[in-house]
Design a binder for this molecule. Structure first.
Ligand SMILES: O=C(O)CCC(=O)C(=O)O
Length: 393
């Protein structure tokens, strides 16, 4: 693990244009006094043109974070409760649920409650070996820490590419940038050629993504049963069968109190399965307070996305979550998103599942399409608002 300033950071050759735009906190104070002429877009553009992300900034030896990463009105605090009162995301054990019906019923009960009350839970004994999880974290770290010129060659915002390295997907739209870089893989329905996957992580990305896809089938089965539907209900929906991976690298941050690793947001999909290392920082908004999702070795974090909230008519909820920046790191996480968001195949009408509606549970959402929900989500960027608002009746 590195601590900011502790390691002898290599001073990477960095774009001179960016250095000039690199507005520090002190400069910010001066500018504020002068009634600022700060040109955010120019700073963002110069930064993006370096194609080296936040890791590149850190390698350049910076000790103050550029102003484009400053978040307004940051509330980092979580309530300081004594340990025995501390809330924690439910942990659900999947051991033997395929063969033991009482264990399965117990797990279904916990899943139903977790999806309704938290929108988040952690799973253990899910069938993916800890050595696969560890190697996936290592593979992603290898990508982000390899030679800058090789890394740079993957940097793109071209939506036609199935393998993309970038810093903040909605960088040009968001009010503040997040302190992280991302390697993304758009795997299903149309996977990339294996040669497109960076060599340093190719084998493990292929292995992990297949295993996590198999796990998604199991969890969708459990979700269907927990909702009182036929066990294959969700797996029979075409729109579930898309998979993309966001492999995040959160470098240690010299001024963590000024920024975030990931802004407050909900996910636009059916479900996310997240692998995180042991650094921590992920928080979920529960009963109006931020609760840490403490890393549990060998576990995976599961959360409900906006589309499943809409389909279940709020029986399952998609909740806000975020990642705090830290002065230690890097933190590595791999989020596997399940939904087919392909604009060509996402025009089918979706709405609350009829079997779930009743007099006591009248529909909350109008019919729409995944395409429309997705378009709204990306248009608004990571602004902290739910993408479902316009679709509520
Ligand atoms: O890095 C994490 O723990 C969470 C990432 C996340 O929320 C996302 O990719 O949407």
């Amino acid at each position: 693990m590195n601590t900011v300033g502790a390691s002898s950071q290599k001073k990477a050759a960095f774009s001179a244009s960016f250095s000039m735009m690199n507005t520090t906190t002190n400069q910010l104070e001066l500018e504020t006094c002068k009634d600022s002429t700060y040109d955010r877009m120019a700073e963002v553009k110069a930064f993006d043109e370096t194609k080296l992300g936040v890791k590149g900034l850190l390698d350049s030896g910076l000790t103050k974070i550029p102003r484009m990463f400053h978040h307004a009105k940051l509330e980092h605090h979580t309530e300081n409760k004594p340990c025995d009162l501390k809330l924690s995301v439910p942990i659900i054990d999947l051991k033997d649920i395929a063969t033991n019906s009482s264990l399965r019923d117990e797990a279904l009960d916990k899943i139903r409650r977790a999806c309704k009350e938290w929108g988040f839970f952690q799973v253990v004994n899910h069938g993916i070996g800890v050595e696969v999880l560890d190697e996936m974290i290592c593979g992603i770290r290898r990508f982000h820490e390899q030679d800058a010129e090789v890394r740079k060659s993957f940097y793109t915002r071209d939506f036609n590419k199935k393998v993309r390295y970038f810093c903040n997907g909605t960088l040009f739209r968001d009010p503040a940038a997040n302190w992280k870089d991302t390697l993304a893989f758009f795997l299903s329905p149309q996977p990339p050629n294996p040669e497109e996957i960076p060599a340093v992580c190719r084998d493990i990305v292929i292995e992990y993504s297949e295993k996590v896809r198999a796990l998604s089938f199991t969890i969708f089965e459990l979700f269907s049963e927990a909702l009182g539907l036929h066990s294959s209900y969700l797996n029979e929906l075409d729109s579930v069968h898309g998979q993309f991976l966001l492999c995040h690298y959160y470098p240690p941050c010299p001024e963590p109190e000024l920024t975030l690793g990931t802004s407050n947001h909900t996910d636009i999909n059916f479900m996310t399965i997240l692998l995180q290392d042991q650094i921590g920082g992920l928080q979920v908004l529960h009963e109006n307070q931020w609760v840490d999702v403490d890393p549990v070795r060998g576990s995976l974090v599961v959360n409900i996305g906006d589309i499943l909230q809409l389909l279940t008519n709020d029986m399952f909820v998609s909740v806000y979550h975020r990642v705090l920046s830290k002065d230690i790191g890097p933190r590595i996480s791999v989020a596997s998103f399940f939904a087919n968001l392909d604009p060509l195949s996402s025009t089918k009408i979706i709405g609350p599942i009829k079997e779930l509606l009743s007099e006591d549970n009248p529909r909350i959402y109008r019919d729409t399409t995944i395409k429309d929900v997705t378009a709204h989500y990306f248009e608004k960027g990571l602004d902290g608002n739910s993408s479902l608002h316009p679709f509520r009746l």
